[in-house]
Design a protein. Structure first.
Length: 281
């Protein structure tokens, strides 16, 4: 009787479609259970689930204690293998406290997670651990201790009922907190369209400044947005220096409160600027 039912199911085309759908759905369920894909850019698919915890870990290690930056992607290699670990503990295991930067993946494996699958030689070679790039040409755009990180690079979030992935950093602080140039650059745009410090969801970046930084013949375009009205201390064409104050924090444009939206673009791709910041500068 059972065999007959199976034969009927597999014999009919609808039966076959249903069976294949069940298989596909199960595969997808197993896949999502083990977490999403980790991209080389630092974006972790499905990261909304961890966003609140990760933001608090970031603030613990960047704005309250200035230890250094570890992207979520790096934490996920370990967390997805053992979710009994805490993100903060993994973060601390990945920090080189002396250099205030990320430790090489291999070193973290040897010290803490040697039995993990992700620490096998072949796995280490297969994954592009590009966040280890020791190139840190910039200083921070704010004094970290003045701010709270309210959104990280690659964060999946819902703002005003709209889903987006935030390929930039948000640093919240009281209105008129100083914003600094992250290096020696040239001011390309100073757009101050709002004269009052208020949210205008139809005005994108609100008041903003764009500065270009040429580092080893590569141009980094950097946007500092939602700035306080009339706070610009620079003009188009002006050469600015590292740590020079360029404006102050506001909440103009498509914003939810006083904060700096800080975006770094290299060859038309929004990259993770915090990977390029030297925490010792
Ligand atoms: Zn932002």
């Amino acid at each position: 009787m059972k065999k007959k039912i199976i034969k009927i199911i597999l014999g009919s085309s609808t039966g076959l479609i249903i069976v294949s759908l069940i298989i596909i759905v199960s595969i997808l369920m197993v896949y999502s259970f083990f977490g999403g894909e980790i991209f080389d850019s630092g974006y972790v698919e499905g990261n909304m689930e961890y966003a609140e915890v990760y933001r608090s870990v970031l603030n613990n290690n960047i704005t309250r204690n200035i230890n250094g930056y570890i992207p979520l992607s790096r934490l996920m290699y370990f967390y997805l293998e053992d979710d009994n670990l805490s993100l903060n503990e993994i973060y601390e295991n990945n920090i080189d406290y002396e250099l205030k930067t990320i430790k090489p993946f291999k070193e973290v494996c040897l010290e803490h997670y040697n039995s993990f699958y992700t620490c096998q030689e072949t796995e280490i070679l297969k994954n592009n651990h590009s966040d280890e790039y020791p190139f840190k040409p910039f200083n921070a755009p704010v004094k970290f201790e003045d701010t709270i990180i309210t959104s990280y690079y690659g964060e999946e979030r819902i703002v005003y009922d709209r889903f987006n992935i935030h390929y930039a950093w948000d640093f919240a602080a009281p209105a008129e907190t100083p914003v600094y140039s992250i290096g020696d650059g040239i001011v390309k745009k100073v757009m101050f369209s709002q004269s009052t410090n208020k949210i205008d969801i139809n005005n994108g970046f609100g008041n903003y400044i764009r500065i270009e930084y040429n580092v080893d013949d590569r141009i980094y375009e950097v946007i500092y947005a939602h700035l306080y009205p009339y706070s610009s201390k620079v003009q188009v064409g002006e050469i600015v220096k590292s740590w020079q104050e360029i404006a102050t924090i506001g909440t103009t444009g498509y914003s939810t409160g006083n904060h700096l939206h800080w975006e770094v673009i290299l060859e038309n791709i929004k990259i993770d600027g915090l990977n390029l910041v030297d925490f010792n500068l």
